[in-house]
Design a protein around this ligand. Sequence first.
Ligand code: NCD
Ligand code: ZN
Length: 477
Amino acid sequence: MTTTADIVLRNGTLVYPDGVREGSLAIKDGKIFAIGDDAAMPPAHETLDATGMHILPGAIDAHVHFREPGYTHKEDWQTGTAAAAMGGVTTVFEMPNVSPPTAGKVELAQKHALATAKAHVDYGLYGLLGEENLANLEDLVAGGVIGFKCFMGNTFGNLPAPSTGAMLEGFEIVARHGKRISLHAETASIMARRQKHLQAAGRNDPLAHLAARPAVVAIEAVSRASILAEWTGARIHVLHISSAEELKPLREAKARGVDVTGETCPQYLLLGAEDYGRLGGRIRVNPPVREARNQGPIWDALKDGTIDMIATDHAPHVPEEKLREAIWDCDCGFPGVETQMSLMLTEVNVGRMSISDYVRWTSYNPARAWGLFPKKGILRAGADADIVLVDLRRSSMICDADLQSRAKITPWNGRAVRGVPVHTLVRGRFVMRDRKLIDDTKGWGQSVHAIQEMPPAKPRHVDQTTAAIVRPPLAAQ
Ligand code: NCD
Ligand code: ZN
């Protein structure tokens, strides 16, 4: 008896990390069942004509802030994941700087309950690696985190940056489990001093934000984190790469064999210092958008594999929090999870990258870095049917008011784009169809930590860890 598929996507252009092919794709029970010529597809309960469309594995955004619990006037799990669904993003990794921070097992369980009840797309939760919660890291692993987040710079929610000593201890613990530690790699003490001096000198203009955070903050932080990762064997990920200069310590760490991945975001590829005057508080983000001369080297680093992926740092704040008089009073960050795909497909259209590059940077590489491959991150029989159909010829305009996010203010407001996600499926179910959110998919999203399979952990210098040196000698036990 022949199997009947749930749905067949017919005659589209299937996109792989290394090329494209024309064909059809059948889905059954939430998984990709078959890929090939249309004539080879099984019968199906439903078909969708994908002629003229590109069929991509859904984007995996390794860096979003959804604000719940604690700051739901900015975003919550429903609005944030609705934004993801509309943006062609089928999995998000969400950050711990909420209130209370995701720093222990109780807070993690609370966040899992919220996300599970509300998410339209799949998700992973980051646990905090901070000065005060090192005793909780094992509990966080047991409670189901995708990885850890370490804020080396100041952040929304005022989580203090951990000392180098606490980082080393935290890395020692996490290295034993093989989970990846994502770093906000900007050094807090440098920035705090410079901001104080700038404020004392009366600088309140938007570019003062950039002046407070020269690239040396990132060079120093990437270098220091890489040294600790090399020593402990911990896996790390450098978030939101913004400068040409921090690429050097990243390249050097990779060359030394440190298991480090890198990420940049559309704002560092497409915006520059000249945009501060026009955008004011809208553009304020950490790390700052830098001089336009940084864009070329960041593009080159994506192409040569130094930077592995594009994420968004979706960091929603409402308009009144973004548009205050002094730049120092404007909250840092802006929404991005729903605009990333259109922005980057526009770059595909102008020939700056290929659609396979796009899939490699937004789906394949993140899936590999966090142990989700090949269940996610690729169009392959047996993989989760996390799929986005895009119309590369369709033009649109990004508008604040159209955003699903509660934060209806973006530096991309008014920007023309070409290339639009039209349908999004998560594990075989439409969460967006014909550019409309499917409301009743609220709660369909699942935590991906359960399917995560990291390569075996490779801790180093285990005889010299804090845990090892304070262990009493056997005879004294
Ligand atoms: C982030 C936020 O608002 O949570 N803001 C930002 O400017 N990127 C925090 C962060 O990642 O630093
Ligand atoms: Zn950050």
